[in-house]
Each structure stands twice: as C-alpha cells, then as structure tokens.
Design a protein. Structure first.
Length: 163
C-alpha cells in the first residue's frame, strides 16, 4: 500500500511524535513530493526536535521530484498542487492531507483521503493508541501547535473517543 503525504499532517504528526503511525496504518510505501519535503523542514515551519523527526522520517520515505502539476486551483499552494498532481498521476492507496480544499478536490477525483484526526482515530481502532492518548494528542495539537479544526469536528472526535 502506498500513501502520498502533504505537509500539514507531517508537521503535526512530527510535533506529536506520531510519524510512525503513517507507515504502521497506511502502508510501508510512503511518498513525499520534493516541494513538501523542503517545506516541512524549513526553520520557520518546524522546531529543532520536529525537524529532526521529519528528517528521519523523510530519510525512509520516497522523495518524488514532481513538478508537473497543471492544476489551476488558484487557492491551493504550489506544494498542494504538486502533491495533488502527483497523487492523481500515481493513484496511491491514500492521500494524507488536512487542508479542506485539497481534500475536497482529491475526493472529487476519486482519491482516498485521510487526515491527522483520521489517522489518530485509526490508530485507536487498530490498538496503536489508547483513546485517552488520541484525545491528549488532539488537545495538544489544538492548544499548543495551532491545529485548526471546526468545533463540530473537535466535538465529534471527542465523542467517538469517549464511546
């Protein structure tokens, strides 16, 4: 199974020290478009500890030198367009992405998407994390790391973990 990763989930999972969940749950073949690899290791995007985690993760991933996206989705960043373009060409089993517009476009194109919260929920369902750990990670991501989600999604995730 193959997963193509966008920047946001990589950054948040690095901050939470949960990058291992990607290959454990989504498959051993992890692909990161070169633009995303550069973006997530920039000094202003990651602290020293997170950058070290990301660099170790990227060392085990396939870095795809893809720049051929012709998508005209103006509100998407260059890296988002390249990630989506690569995923549309290669048709991975999963596209790991949080950004709402990118997810919507990918879903419309028949790609299977999962985000940071979906990965945490899957980790609980497969016994890799406890529900309490997933809730702690969510609260940490929101309160300390700037993870933005709707109140409704936050409440739904808490309810699912409490069930």
């Amino acid at each position: 199974m193959t997963v193509v990763c966008d920047a946001s989930p990589l950054i948040f999972l690095a901050k939470l020290n949960r990058l291992d969940l990607i290959s454990r749950l989504l498959g051993p073949e992890v692909v990161v478009v070169e633009c995303v690899a550069r973006e997530v290791t920039r000094i202003e995007r990651a602290g020293e500890i997170e950058r070290a985690r990301l660099e170790a993760f990227l060392a085990s991933a396939t870095i795809a030198p893809f720049t051929g996206s012709t998508l005209a989705a103006g509100r998407l960043s260059t890296c988002d367009r390249q990630t989506l373009g690569y995923a549309l060409r290669e048709r991975p089993d999963f596209l790991l992405v949080d950004e709402r517009l990118l997810r919507r476009i990918a879903d419309e194109q028949g790609l299977v998407t999962i985000g940071t919260l979906g990965l945490l929920a899957a980790a609980v369902n497969h016994g890799h994390l406890s529900a309490a750990d997933a809730l702690h990670d969510l609260d940490l991501a929101v309160s300390r790391h700037g993870f933005r989600i709707s109140i409704a999604l936050y409440q739904r995730f808490r309810h699912e973990m409490d069930a």
